[in-house]
Design a protein around this ligand. Structure first.
Ligand SMILES: CSCCC(=O)C(=O)COP(=O)(O)O
Ligand SMILES: [Mg+2]
Length: 224
C-alpha cells in the first residue's frame, strides 16, 4: 500500500519549457553579475570553491563563470550550479518576473492526496531552495504546505538507486510503500531498482512499449 509520493518537477509537475525557456535563461543572463556582486558572501564563496574543485582546476573568476555557463548550456546537474541558480531565481520570484509553472492536474491531485493523508515529497535536481521557490510562488499560490520534505542532488544523483535507498531511509518507510513520479526512464529505473513503485509521466511524449513502469499522460491517470 502506497503511503508516500515522491515527485520530480521538470516534465512531471511542471513543464519542460518553464525550466528550459524561463528559469535557465534567467539565471544564465544574471549569473556573471550575481557572482561578482556576492563573491564575498560566505555561502557564495563555498559554492564557488566547490564548483572550482569539480571543474578540476584553479579557475579564476571569469573562467569559473564561463564554466557555470557551459554547465547551464549543457543542462548538467552539478550541485553548486543548482544552488547558484536557486539563489538567482529567488530574485526573479520575489520581483514577480515569473511564477512557478505547475500543471493544473498535478496541483489538483497533489492537493487531493494530501487531503487523503498521503505524505508528499519532492526530489529534483534543482536545489531544495529552488524547489521551495517554485512551489511557494506557483501559478496556484503557495503549495509548500502540502509537502512534507524536499530532496536534491545532495542526497545523490537521480539516476542512482542508492539515492532512492537513502530517501526511503529518511522517510522511514519500506521502499515499496513509496511511489516515485518522473518523466525520465533512467530515474524511474533507479527508483525501481531500490524497490520503489514507479509511474512515468509521459505527458507529450509517445508512450514507450516494453517498459515495466506504469505510464500516464497526466496526474489524473495515477491511481493509488
Ligand atoms: C526546482 S526547479 C528547477 C529544476 C532544475 O533546475 C532542473 O535541473 C530540473 O531537474 P528535475 O530533476 O526536476 O528534472
Ligand atoms: Mg524531470
Amino acid at each position: 500500500m502506497i503511503k508516500a509520493i515522491v515527485t520530480d518537477i521538470e516534465g512531471t509537475t511542471s513543464s519542460l519549457s518553464f525550466v528550459k525557456d524561463v528559469l535557465f535563461p534567467y539565471a544564465r543572463a544574471r549569473l556573471p553579475d550575481f557572482v561578482r556582486r556576492h563573491r564575498e558572501q560566505a555561502e557564495i564563496k563555498l559554492l564557488l570553491a566547490d564548483a572550482n574543485q569539480l571543474a578540476g582546476g584553479e579557475l579564476d573568476e571569469d573562467a569559473l563563470i564561463a564554466q557555470f555557463i557551459h554547465w547551464i548550456d549543457t543542462d548538467q546537474k552539478i550541485t553548486p550550479l543548482k544552488s547558484l541558480q536557486g539563489l538567482i531565481w529567488q530574485e526573479g520570484y520575489r520581483n514577480t518576473d515569473f511564477t512557478g509553472h505547475v500543471y493544473e492536474d498535478a496541483v489538483r491531485n497533489l492537493r487531493n492526496w494530501f487531503g487523503l493523508g498521503y505524505k508528499l515529497y519532492v526530489y529534483s535536481s534543482g536545489s531544495v531552495q529552488a524547489q521551495k521557490l517554485l512551489f511557494g510562488y506557483s501559478d496556484f499560490g503557495d503549495l509548500t504546505p502540502i509537502f512534507s520534505g524536499y530532496f536534491d542532488t545532495h542526497i545523490g544523483g537521480k539516476k542512482e538507486a542508492t539515492s532512492y535507498e537513502r530517501i526511503a531511509a529518511e522517510l522511514g518507510l519500506p521502499a515499496e510503500q513509496i511511489l516515485f513520479l518522473s518523466d525520465i526512464k533512467d530515474e524511474l529505473d533507479a527508483a525501481r531498482q531500490a524497490g520503489f513503485a514507479t509511474c512515468w509521466l509521459v505527458r507529450d511524449q509517445a508512450p514507450d512499449s516494453g517498459t515495466e513502469h506504469v505510464q500516464v499522460s497526466d496526474f489524473d491517470g495515477i491511481h493509488l
